[in-house]
Design a protein around this ligand. Structure first.
Ligand SMILES: Cc1ncc(COP(=O)(O)O)c(C=O)c1O
Length: 433
């Protein structure tokens, strides 16, 4: 291994020494950084045909959005994929398809991007915020504790690229007859025990926003194996229900059609997403190779414990996350690593706002709503106790996050970049652990 012991013993950069990592850090836009000829070709086809809308154009032309749906379903091992304009839209369409609405509770982890929780309010239901475990994904034991007869869905977020404990969550789902909705925004292409993420839940939501593994700038996908759920998500995502064979015909079954919104994906986004889907495997291979190389070189450091990944082979490897013994060391470790030139940092600081930690979701904690009536919290269909949220309601989550270090693993890093990162971690660990 390529750890340079002289560098490890050197003076910390934060104390005025030389930084270990001298190469630039790549921005963490894995797919975005690979935008190239493939995307341009498909986008130009759309423009050349003046076919910007999936359902019609000046002349018949095969829709890129439709092609994306077909290829996406095939890749993720599901029967149906529905392209929408964001993951938030995918989450809301999924919740609506599942019949979540006034009176329902939905369980969501306390560590996820705010959108996972906001989508529940968007579907007029009550968020119930649960603990994460040492994988920083939903803690199945806490989910079980928080289930009530009002729970209508569990949002399993594969946070920071790592699969949730799907065996345990699926068992809870079966036992209580509560559907799982996977939030795969950060883990596109990941798997759990050989099965693709986004193929476990009754409905699942992906993101194609710019920060994600593959991207169209904005975009999302709903996946499901259930024809009725697909129909309902489709109806909701397209208020005019253009998809139906006869858009003015009678519903084929009760609950098929109802007024929705417009979450449709444009052909330009479909073209970019289609080209990006073809790049997914290479991106994953790059991140997995880099993460493995760094991990091998820092394994066994006393006091440094890797985050549980639930299934090593299914981890997308977008980042490396580890725990340190306490908050005080973590507060010093993050900035010291950054000073060594590594794009790393602490995950949680009470004083620093972050949309990924529930304690900062002030709009949920204060039950802020768009109109003064206070729905969904005051909805008369809701039969549970008045929901109360506090910043310290999930103490295990905050305790874990406050001693967590996070670093991105861009696929473009080469061996030298990885070795410098590993050396920098060794150096800071030697000084602080
Ligand atoms: C876990 C998670 N869920 C949902 C979203 C929302 O995605 P979008 O911006 O596509 O609506 C994000 C975006 O960052 C996310 O990280």
């Amino acid at each position: 291994m390529a750890i340079d012991s002289a560098l490890v013993s050197g003076k910390l950069a934060i104390d005025g020494g030389e930084p270990v990592k001298t190469t630039p850090n790549y921005p963490m836009y894995p797919g975005g950084m690979e935008i190239g000829e493939e995307e341009k070709k498909l986008v130009m086809e759309v423009l050349d045909h003046k076919y910007l809308f999936r359902y019609y154009g000046p002349k018949e032309y095969p829709s890129k959005v439709r092609e994306l749906e077909v290829q996406w379903a095939d890749k993720m091992g599901v029967k149906y994929a529905l392209a929408v304009n964001s993951c938030t839209s995918a989450l809301i369409s999924s919740l609506v398809a599942l019949g979540v609405g006034p009176g329902a509770e939905v369980i969501v982890p306390g560590y996820t991007f705010f959108a996972s929780c906001a989508s529940i309010v968007g579907a007029k239901a009550i968020p119930v915020i649960a603990e994460v475990d040492r994988s920083l994904t939903l803690d199945p034991a806490d989910v079980e504790k928080k289930i009530t007869d009002r729970t209508k869905a569990i949002i399993a977020v594969h946070m920071r690229g790592v699969p949730c404990k799907m065996d345990e969550l699926m068992a809870i789902s079966r036992k209580h007859k509560v559907p799982i909705l996977e939030d795969v925004a950060q883990a596109c292409g990941g798997s759990y025990k050989g099965k693709m993420l986004g193929s476990f839940g009754e409905c699942n939501a992906f993101s194609l926003q710019y920060h994600k593994i593959i991207t169209a700038g904005e975009g999302g996908i709903v996946t499901t194996n259930d024809a009725l759920l697909n129909d309902r998500a489709m109806a909701y995502h397209d208020t005019a229900a253009c998809w139906r064979p006869d858009r003015f015909g009678l519903p084929r079954y009760e609950g098929e059609v109802f007024p929705g919104v417009n979450f449709r994906m444009s052909e330009l986004h479909g073209a970019v997403a289609l080209a990006q889907l073809g790049k997914l495997d290479n991106l994953l291979a790059g991140m997995r190779r880099n993460k493995k190389r760094i991990k091998e070189q820092i394994a066994g450091i006393d006091g440094l414990e890797f985050r549980e990944v639930n299934d090593e082979a299914g981890d997308t490897a977008i980042c490396l996350v580890f725990f340190l013994p306490d908050e005080e060391i973590t507060r010093k470790f993050g900035p010291a690593l950054k000073a060594e030139g590594v794009d790393a940092g602490c995950i949680f600081d009470k004083g620093v706002p972050d949309w990924h930690v529930y304690a900062h979701w002030k709009m949920i904690i204060d039950k802020v709503t768009a109109t003064p009536e206070g729905c969904p919290y005051t909805c008369s269909y809701y039969q549970g106790p008045t929901p109360e949220y506090t910043p310290d309601m999930n103490p295990n989550t905050l305790a874990l996050l406050s001693r967590t270090i996070h670093m991105d693993i861009p696929p473009r890093m080469d061996e030298r970049d990885c070795d410098m990162v590993a050396t920098a971690v060794q150096k800071v660990a030697k000084a602080y652990l």
